[in-house]
Design a protein around this ligand. Structure first.
Ligand code: G4P
Length: 534
């Protein structure tokens, strides 16, 4: 194949790919929506394949318990399948009880995001955290307001909340017709066509039947409550006059989020959402890297193969006790046995057997394109954030680090195991499993670890025991907020209870008892900066 033909193939693969993540506060409906995406892709014959998720307390994604069907490939990091001829990569961003740093890092592998809100609850705590992570990277967000089949808050009020709390313009892309028991469907704000759905006896396991009706004929439709129809007509007029306009450019620049309404459970409004995702969401695009002195933009088609490691997962296969490095391809084409340069180690390596981890075993990947995720067995070569590429000479921007909220001292129950714990911690920190902190100016025997989610500690303790034979004890520290300090610590008015620490890159951090104390410190120190991410 000539170079030009390969480039044409990569270009077409890029145009035909959407790599995105679904984010939500727990219970807003992320898993349900993921299932519906598979249902509408024709990948699942019936939805409801995610077994026993309520009881599952595993670190791995819900998807790992999903039954395998032809055409879906699942890694612990992403799921690939085809929706209406477009290749979809859905990045898994654990946002449930297993919320952790992986969630943030995984988001960097997505080119866009669907944010799911519960129509009765609106913007919730974890929605804000995840949204902010998208904001930092400029990852465009589509909003889906779910559970409209239950008593919901006023849609205009929900839009206003998105704008006020998240600080982005919200533009209605479609609008709900009724709510709760009377929720009938949505009207497209652009062409004013209503989609009226029927609840199926199968309770959302099958696609909902839909009827298309022009808005001006809505009132004549059977089963449509007249009061709801009048309300929709009024609201549509209001939106036309006072609503935010939607433009593709503004969405891609993170200035506006298009808002969709629906009920994932009943399959109401999910198809318009997925169709819009294909139409609006960016395909894999140029990414910025550091090359020597300056920054360069690397085009996914023109630049030969490059990828970066955003997630590490150990012991995926208990028989092999191995660790898999997940990488997102940013440019070029991966072929089996490709030889690449490992920028940090300054050496060449061969990517011989990347794989997708299928539920029943591994499937080797022969070809992959920008936007795809591949997993490579890590024999100690890879750390989170590593760049590999054919050309070498550059590294992708470091992955963002977010303020930890949980802090603990860790010690071996058997003090004779101190060497093993040190060794294990070095490895786990390099994999990004936890953060290791050091006291500023003091020296304490027991290391100080930090995380953004409780699960990180649990996984770490389990792995220290399992892989390094060290049973450990954690003493939680009384801090729940932190920030990186920019400015002179000598002139910083530190709250009495706060402490200074150094992170693993020797950057100064302040740990606070709570957010209130941090906000207070911000007000008291206008000449210093307290950063929530670094
Ligand atoms: P998550 O992944 O964001 O945590 O949410 P998930 O999809 O698991 O949904 C949380 C709960 O909300 C589930 O109920 C789910 O069935 C329900 N749900 C999701 N979408 C809708 C919707 O559009 N309407 C209504 N009425 N409910 C919805 P559960 O009782 O916790 O679990 P299950 O027994 O239904 O599996």
């Amino acid at each position: 194949m000539s170079d030009a033909a390969i480039r044409a193939e990569i270009k077409s693969a890029c145009e035909n790919r959407r790599t995105f993540a679904i984010i939500s506060h727990p219970d807003a409906g992320k898993t349900t929506l993921t299932e519906k995406l598979l249902l509408y892709s024709g990948m699942l014959r019936t939805a409801g394949m995610v077994g026993g998720r309520k009881n599952s307390k595993t670190a791995a994604s819900d998807w790992m318990s999903m039954e395998q069907e032809r055409g879906i490939s699942i890694t612990a990091s992403a799921m690939q399948f085809t929706y209406k001829d477009t290749v979809i990569n859905v990045i898994d961003t654990p946002g449930h009880q297993d919320f952790c740093e992986d969630t943030y890092r995984s988001l960097t592998a997505a080119d866009s995001v669907i944010m799911v809100l519960d129509a009765a609850k609106g913007v919730e705590a974890q929605t804000i955290k995840l949204f902010d992570a998208c904001k930092i990277r400029g990852i465009p967000v589509i909003t889906f307001i779910n559970k409209m089949d239950l008593p919901a808050r006023d849609p205009l009020e929900l839009m206003a909340e998105v704008e006020e709390v998240l600080g982005i313009h919200a533009a209605a892309y479609n609008w709900p017709i009724g709510n709760g028991q009377g929720f009938k469907g949505v009207v497209n704000c652009d062409n004013k066509i209503c989609e009226l759905y029927e609840r199926t006896a199968a309770g959302g396991q099958q696609k909902a039947a839909v009827t298309h009706v022009p808005l001006d004929q809505l009132k004549e439709q059977d089963g449509v409550d007249q009061a709801f129809a009048d309300q929709v007509l009024d609201e549509m007029e209001l939106l036309a006059e006072a609503g935010n306009p939607f433009t593709l450019d503004a969405y891609r620049k993170f200035e506006v989020t298009p808002v969709f309404f629906g009920s994932g459970m009943n399959n109401f409004g999910v198809e318009p959402l997925f169709d819009a995702l294909i139409e609006l969401a960016p395909s894999p695009h140029a990414r910025v890297a550091d090359e020597g002195e300056g920054e360069i933009e690397l085009d996914p088609v023109e630049e030969p193969f490059s990828a970066y490691v955003f997630k590490m997962q150990a012991n995926m296969n208990p028989k092999h006790r191995d660790c898999v490095a997940f990488m997102r391809i940013n440019s070029g084409r991966y072929e089996k046995d490709l030889q690449v340069k490992h920028q940090r180690l300054g050496k060449k390596i061969r990517l011989s057997r990347p794989h997708n981890l299928m539920i029943n075993g591994r499937e080797t990947v022969d070809l992959a394109y920008p936007g795809d995720i591949i997993g490579v067995i890590n024999n100690g070569n890879f750390a989170i954030g590593d760049t590999i590429s054919c050309r070498g000479e550059y590294t992708y921007k470091p992955l963002p680090q977010f303020q930890p909220e949980l802090f603990a001292r860790i010690r071996p129950k058997d003090l004779g195991k101190r060497k093993s714990i040190d060794k294990g911690l070095v490895q786990l920190v390099s994999e990004g499993a936890v953060q290791l902190l050091r006291e500023y100016g003091q020296h304490a025997a027991d290391p100080f670890i930090a995380a953004v989610g409780q699960l990180q500690f649990e996984v770490m303790q389990h792995r220290l025991l399992d892989e390094y034979g060290v049973d450990t004890e954690l003493t939680m520290m009384p801090y729940s907020s932190s920030a990186w300090l920019e400015g002179d610590p000598d002139t910083f008015k530190k709250p009495f209870n706060a402490v200074y620490v150094l992170d693993n890159r020797e950057r100064l951090m302040v740990l606070f008892r709570d957010d209130w104390e941090k906000q207070h410190a911000r007000r008291e120190n206008p000449d210093h900066q307290l950063l929530d991410h670094a």
